[in-house]
Design a protein around this ligand. Structure first.
Ligand code: ADP
Length: 246
């Protein structure tokens, strides 16, 4: 099967300052892939390149066999960083979900878009939230609605940027269950940024460990070895947890 994302010697600098250096990855369809690294490691920059938002990189990258900015947007569902959400925005949940289909803000949702938005909410078991204002939702509820928005066009790649930030542990484990359900139904690929390597160890098929350069791209156990974590983070944090993992 073709790779969903494939890069060769991908590098990028902001005004001469290197943010990513020589990234070589091949992500097959249907895998759960985590991008792990400390703050400033280039994780978001890599995501922006994959989403076609940064174009002046060097090396090559293909997404669904195309240049990233030429990919059909319906193929990719994006869950942005939680902290970038404006909770005070005067909208209800179903409108946020429908904004994944309708490019301008869907103040009145009708017909097919309404049906698709409800179907997406049902995938995250949240039809009951449809009419609730965004400001009344808990962090976990809002994250489910954002997830529904990313599912609404039945994408083949879901991209998430630190999706667990700002939600509690129950909300977080819900999130991974919902993602895994969607994956098993749709065969989609999941690409998730996290600075939490414990999460990556538990939920991924493959891990890209980054600190501007590629430290490893391998199975979670191999990529997140003690040596690699030390190289990436300078220390490995809760070492006792790591030793206990399977
Ligand atoms: P991460 O997502 O891993 O925290 P980023 O990709 O956001 O890392 O950033 C990588 C590096 O690039 C950091 O040193 C950051 O300060 C720098 N950087 C990110 N965005 C910009 C920008 N728009 N202009 C200049 N430097 C940037």
């Amino acid at each position: 099967m073709k790779n969903v994302v494939e890069s060769k010697n991908l590098s990028f600098s902001y005004n001469g300052i290197l943010a990513l250096s020589d990234i070589n990855i091949s992500i097959p369809q249907g895998k759960f892939v985590s991008i792990v690294g400390p703050n400033g490691a280039g994780k978001t920059t890599l995501l922006k390149i994959i989403l076609g938002l940064i174009k002046n990189y060097s090396g090559t990258i293909k997404v669904f066999d195309k240049n990233p900015d030429e990919v059909d947007p319906a193929l990719i569902g994006y869950v942005p960083q939680f902290k970038t959400m404006d909770r005070k925005f005067p909208a209800i949940a179903i409108e946020l979900v429908a904004s994944g289909i309708i490019r301008k803000w869907p103040w009145r949702i009708r017909g097919k878009s309404k049906q698709l938005a409800y179907e997406a909410l049902s995938l995250v078991k949240s039809e009951h939230l449809a009419e609730r204002s965004l400001s009344s939702l808990s962090g976990g509820e809002l994250q489910r609605v954002c997830l529904a928005r990313s599912f609404v066009r039945n994408p083949k790649l879901i991209v998430l940027d630190e999706p667990a930030t700002g939600i509690d542990a129950i909300g977080e484990s819900d999130l991974y269950n919902l993602l895994e359900n969607y994956q098993s139904k749709s065969g989609a690929t999941v690409l998730m940024i996290t600075h939490d390597w414990h999460v990556a160890l538990h939920h991924s098929d493959l891990v890209l460990l980054l600190n501007r350069r590629q430290i490893a791209f391998a199975s979670p156990k191999e990529a997140l070895s003690e040596d690699n974590l030390r190289i990436a983070f300078g220390h490995i944090g809760h070492q006792h947890n790591f030793r206990g993992e399977n």
